[in-house]
Design a protein around this ligand. Structure first.
Ligand SMILES: *[C@@H]1O[C@H](CO)[C@@H](O)[C@H](O)[C@H]1NC(C)=O
Length: 425
């Protein structure tokens, strides 16, 4: 680690000074958020450590990087950041009188098969980091801890940009990012984690099974243990969310086509009704959730920057869904050209595309929403080309006002804090 111990002491003390002198119920919610964030930082740090020890210079150049030094420099620095985040979060937890969760094991063997798959997964990992801190922001009760978490979030966003470039995507694809709740984060990250109990139920994982790179027009196909006929598939919907949109774009599962006008990450859920999901984690109704989310990256605007870094961008082949390879149950997906054309990231992309359509639909839907998402005006910026007429059909129905019971956040009658699956925090 490049940081001096004195730096760590300083950073830790900044967090520590924010700690309440005694644990309260509210502080306990803060503790849970920090414990969860620390596990994600451990995951990220481990991911890069394992990747850097597995792949050689020739693996990077073989994957199309113009110089192995370019990705390796960045991945090393990112790994150091994540390790530092974990160290400081654990120091803060100790100052709270709380223990970090240190028993988790992380298995990335399914995504460290080749550099293209690894880099695509790193992109998912960084988007997950950003989404997790954004979602966590609604849960923290102490504004100083919120500020501390924000100081990590901004750095995760830089990592995210680097990984966009490394994957031949747009460096900064959207004016807004997507917040996800802890149980949603675990739908994506959970398959890599074992051996520890975070006390947070994970949503069922969802994978995109398309073999090509999703693009506008791609019909997305999915796999999940929760898509098993319990709810007939013709009663299921995909829900695509893009940053800044008020709500998701719902489409019948069999017509889950990536809309025109999307560029960047799309979060995708499968639900058992067509009510659009609200784009904030506090009010997002989850009672009809079947699986997800997963991420897709729709890279419709390749940039010169990415081409400088990687000569062969393998992420543009506009292939459609061609059956599934056994989709890794995780955020797999290689946008890499060469070897493995897996799924998730790209599938995610296509989902994103769909999301843009949702953005259009959300203009009307969000007006019916009690809590409009961040910036409804951001949606038009996506210049979504509404694709399927089904979109407007499904999105026409206003989302359930307020949150479903599952989504309640905040003190309940008995004073316990309930956060989307976290009870008695
Ligand atoms: C099948 O899916 C339902 C939800 O749709 C889920 O509750 C159930 O656990 C699933 N069954 C299996 C065996 O995964």
């Amino acid at each position: 680690m490049r940081y001096s111990s004195s730096f760590l002491a300083l950073a830790a003390s900044t967090l520590v000074s924010a700690a309440p002198t005694r644990l309260t119920r509210r502080a306990a919610a803060d503790v849970l958020v920090f414990q969860f964030a620390d596990v994600l930082e451990q995951l990220e740090s481990q991911f890069y450590s394992q990747a850097l020890s597995k792949f050689q210079d020739s693996d990077f150049t073989g994957a199309g990087f113009t110089s192995s030094q370019v990705p390796i420099e960045q991945f090393k620095k990112i790994q150091q950041d994540e390790a530092t985040h974990s160290t400081v979060l654990q120091s803060a937890l100790a100052s709270f009188g709380a223990k970090p969760v240190t028993t988790c094991k992380f298995d990335f063997s399914s995504v460290l098969t080749d550099v293209a798959t690894m880099a695509a997964t790193a992109r998912v990992v960084e988007n997950v980091g950003v989404s997790a801190y954004l979602g966590g922001a609604t849960l923290l009760t102490d504004p100083v801890l919120l500020q501390a978490a924000g100081s990590i979030l901004t750095v995760e966003a830089r990592h995210q940009t680097i990984l966009n470039v490394m994957n031949s995507g747009t460096a900064i694809p959207s004016a807004f990012d997507i917040p996800l709740a802890p149980n949603e984060i675990l739908a994506i990250a959970g398959p890599f984690i074992s051996g520890c109990d975070l006390g947070i139920p994970a949503n069922p994982s969802l994978s995109i099974t398309n073999t090509g790179t999703p693009a506008p027009g791609t019909l997305l196909t999915f796999k999940s243990d929760a898509i098993n006929g319990t709810v007939p598939e013709d009663k299921l919907f995909c829900q695509m969310m893009i940053g800044g949109a008020g709500t998701s774009i719902p489409l019948p599962l069999s017509q889950c086509v990536v809309p025109e006008g999307i560029n960047g990450p799309v979060a995708i859920w499968v639900t058992s009704d067509g009510q659009p999901l609200i784009n904030n984690v506090r009010d997002r109704a989850t009672s009809q959730l079947v699986a997800g989310p997963t991420y897709a990256f729709i890279d419709t605007e390749p940039q010169a920057l990415g081409q400088l870094v990687k000569s062969s961008s393998g992420s543009v082949a506009p292939s459609n869904n061609a059956g599934t390879g056994g989709a890794p149950s995780v955020p797999s997906s290689a946008s890499g050209s060469a070897t493995t054309q897996t799924i998730s990231p790209e599938a995610a992309s296509s989902l994103i595309a769909s999301a843009s359509a949702t953005a259009t639909a959300s203009d009307s839907a969000s007006s019916a929403t009690s809590t409009p998402a961040v910036a409804p005006e951001a949606a038009p910026a996506v210049s979504a080309v509404p694709s399927a007429s089904a979109v407007s059909n499904a999105a026409g129905a206003p989302p359930a006002a307020g949150a479903g019971p599952n989504l309640a956040t905040g003190p309940s009658a008995d004073g316990a804090v309930t956060v989307n699956g976290w009870t008695n925090v």
